[in-house]
Design a protein around this ligand. Sequence first.
Ligand code: PRP
Length: 194
Amino acid sequence: MAADATILYSEDEIRRRVRDLGAAITDAYAGRSPVLVSVLKGGIVFLADLIREIRLPLRVDFMSISSYGEDAGGVVRILKDLDADVGGEDVLVVEDIIDTGLTLSYLLGTLRARRPASLEVCTLLDKSARRIPPLDVRYRGFDCPDVFVVGYGLDVDERFRNLPFILALDRPAQLLEDPGLLDGFLQVPPGPVA
Ligand code: PRP
């Protein structure tokens, strides 16, 4: 693979961290049935692996949001809300990545207003150097450097979420322009990805 698209976290590293996180969550929530809340779409790959490492009768639920970005202070619009009420439940929000933290901060405020019994956060990647509002992140896979990352749920223009590892890229567009960088991992037709 070219020097400007390097593997930041390998499949093995991710698998080991997910296993550790699952064990820690199993211990912490022993005797309880937490609701794991995933934010579409990036979090689905991590969620799917994480829940199989948690030995508890958990439930999963999903939210879909549209972010207005940093300029709007992280205000988000809920496109799909949770299916079930989380009042009185032990809620664990599962994210693929926390960057500025604005999205999560807004979501936590929304969820807290529903009066769960507890509300915690589990993220695979934490770009803590980019944090704007202070956030209490109980479970974190990796403290991620401030580079563009793709794979294992994280996309470039909705592509490449299915890579089983996480790549660091110099420029987000470079995989779209030169998908040959992924030779051996994805079958892509020659030329730029449409
Ligand atoms: C990512 C991630 C978080 C958010 C973090 O989602 O899943 O929800 O960005 O950014 P922040 O900390 O700066 O607010 P994204 O908007 O890329 O959507 P996706 O999951 O559908 O790819």
